[in-house]
Design a protein around this ligand. Structure first.
Ligand code: ROI
Length: 166
């Protein structure tokens, strides 16, 4: 069911790419996200570059975070993001944590904690991943991460580990 007309939620989506011109992938994804019916962009972070977390035999990643206002329920938003990943040539392989043209993750959806078969929000890795926390902090320094606390406190516990602003 759709949220009611007044029920706009602020959500944050993490963008990542390490194949096929990552900067262009991220920019194209930003455009596609802002074109989803029921989504309005509120903020977009700088682009950040980092070594891969997980298997090292893959290119460095470019990451960013977009803040949006949406009236889509989380699962509908997820389906739209998956369609954009597919449109941008994402090939889903059995290998865990392999290279990808585009990864779009719902990091935060209002103050909700969501546990569905396909979707965990806040995103599972949020507190440990510099490439998520730093761009998120850049656009939402006052954010409270549901179940985990103030983003500023999470950031203090998370070294930058080679993350660079592009
Ligand atoms: N590593 C970095 N640096 N950035 C990512 O976006 C990223 N995404 C992933 C894995 C493979 C876990 N590693 C990553 O999915």
């Amino acid at each position: 069911m759709k949220n009611s007309a007044t029920d706009w939620v602020v959500a944050y989506i993490g963008l990542g790419s390490n194949l096929a011109n990552p900067v262009e992938q991220i920019q194209a994804a930003r455009t596609a996200i802002t074109q989803i019916t029921g989504v309005q962009e509120l903020a977009f972070s700088s682009l950040y570059c980092s070594a891969p977390m997980g298997p090292q035999d893959q290119p460095d990643y470019v990451n960013a975070v977009i803040g949006i206002k949406t009236d889509l329920p989380p699962i509908d938003l997820l389906r739209c993001l998956q369609r954009i990943e597919n449109d941008q040539g994402r090939v889903r392989k059995s290998e865990r944590w392999g290279a990808r043209t585009l990864d779009l993750d719902i990091l935060i959806y209002g103050d909700q904690m969501i546990e569905l078969p396909d979707l965990t929000v806040p995103h599972v890795g949020i507190a440990e991943r510099a490439f998520v926390l730093y761009p998120l902090y850049e656009i939402a320094p006052q954010l409270q991460v549901p179940g985990k606390g103030a983003i500023a406190d999470l950031l203090e516990q998370c070294p930058m580990s080679g993350l660079k602003r592009l």
